[in-house]
Design a protein around this ligand. Structure first.
Ligand SMILES: C=CC1=C(C)c2cc3[nH]c(cc4nc(cc5[nH]c(cc1n2)c(C)c5CCC(=O)O)C(CCC(=O)O)=C4C)c(C)c3C=C
Ligand SMILES: [Fe+2]
Ligand SMILES: [Fe+2]
Length: 320
């Protein structure tokens, strides 16, 4: 039956420890992630970096259960979104690295009879390294004679912000009453190299908007935005989440919010639940609570369905 394919696009993650190195190789081969002008040496350099990083990366995945839960988490979101959108749509995963990748997603959608498509990057805030990279891959692989609508950024979508604020409110309610007066909401977003920010990537402004609106709607007056998961020696966006907590968490009840991630994976389960928590505790925080990623929360899935329908009507195509 003629229908619309919806591609749930995310970075992907290794589904077991053997997949860590090939996953990293794909990631470091992407010129929108590693923007240095490596030219014909890109693949050789990606091979070198991925081989060097694989053991320490695998150790982190080992600590969160020997794999990334990102693929299964996205599959659950796809099932929930399918139910919300109804029979005119079919939902498919399209991971930028690892599997199921965009090529596999497109094959599945065409076999199901899709005649048009909506690209739905599961990054609320547009960045070249994430959203654009996924969109370009789908543009390359989707048949040119079938309409493709691209969702670009939904950092300011009403339904998303309301779901984000509701999730924050639920965690704030778990803060012990005695600590309510000294609670700080610490938003943690994935960092980005300053070289990409200087070139005009709109990501930091979008993240700030999502954080400010989430705090306002949740009634949180005391909040701070920080950035996590820096890779390599270059300068990245700051303040760094761990350094910020080390310097500022003393005596506070810290409520950490994963503002740039919508499912659980390494960056929430390791960087936030292990590294950031340790930093807060070492600094003498009175409590550390983490807001769960939005995952398959019904209010969030309703918002995503809305993002898809709006995107289909008015494709916000990225100039590239
Ligand atoms: C080195 C450059 C990197 C940039 C720039 C970057 C930006 C960026 N990433 C996400 C979201 C995710 N990143 C994930 C994993 C991951 N990312 C990098 C590097 C960069 N990311 C690496 C090396 C890895 C692998 C893990 C590791 O070794 O640290 C993931 C998946 C996590 C998982 O569970 O597997 C996500 C999601 C965003 C949002 C972003 C910039 C906006
Ligand atoms: Fe990343
Ligand atoms: Fe990362």
């Amino acid at each position: 039956m003629s229908h619309t394919a919806v591609f749930l696009m995310n970075l992907g993650g290794p589904r077991n420890l053997a997949e860590v190195e090939p996953y990293l190789y794909e990631l470091f081969s992407d010129p929108l992630v590693i923007t240095a002008p490596f030219g014909p040496f890109r693949k050789v350099i990606a091979k070198l970096i991925s081989r060097t990083r694989a053991p320490s990366s695998a150790e982190k995945y080992q600590l969160i259960g020997g794999k990334s839960p990102l693929v299964e988490g996205t599959e659950a979101q796809a099932r929930a979104l399918q139910a919300a959108l109804g029979p005119g749509y079919s939902c498919h995963l399209a991971m930028r690295c690892g599997h199921p990748n965009t090529e596999e997603g497109v094959r599945e959608a065409l076999a199901a009879g899709a005649t048009r498509a909506v690209a739905l990057p599961l990054y609320p805030q547009y960045a070249n390294a994430t959203t654009l990279s996924s969109l370009l891959e789908l543009r390359r692989l989707w048949p040119k004679d079938r309409p493709l609508a691209e969702v670009c950024t939904w950092h300011d979508h009403e339904g998303y912000l309301e779901a984000s604020a509701a999730a924050l409110r639920e965690t704030l309610e778990r803060v012990p009453a005695a600590l309510r007066g000294r609670t700080r909401v610490v938003f943690s977003a994935h960092g980005l190299p300053m070289s990409q920010v200087r070139k005009g990537d709109p990501y930091p402004g979008y993240v700030e908007h999502s954080a400010r609106e989430t705090a306002r709607r949740a009634g949180a007056a005391d909040w701070q935005l920080t950035y996590q998961s820096r890779v390599g020696p270059a300068k990245w966006l700051g303040p760094d989440t761990v350094k910020y907590l080390e310097a500022s968490a003393k005596d506070l009840a810290v409520v950490a919010v994963p503002i740039a991630f919508v499912s659980e994976h390494l960056e929430t389960l390791y960087d936030m639940d292990i590294l950031a928590k340790e930093a807060a505790e070492k600094a003498g925080a009175a409590a550390y609570l983490r807001v769960p990623a939005l995952g398959t929360r019904p209010d969030f899935i309703t918002a995503l369905a809305d993002v898809v329908r709006e995107g289909e009507k008015a494709s916000r195509t990225v100039a590239a």
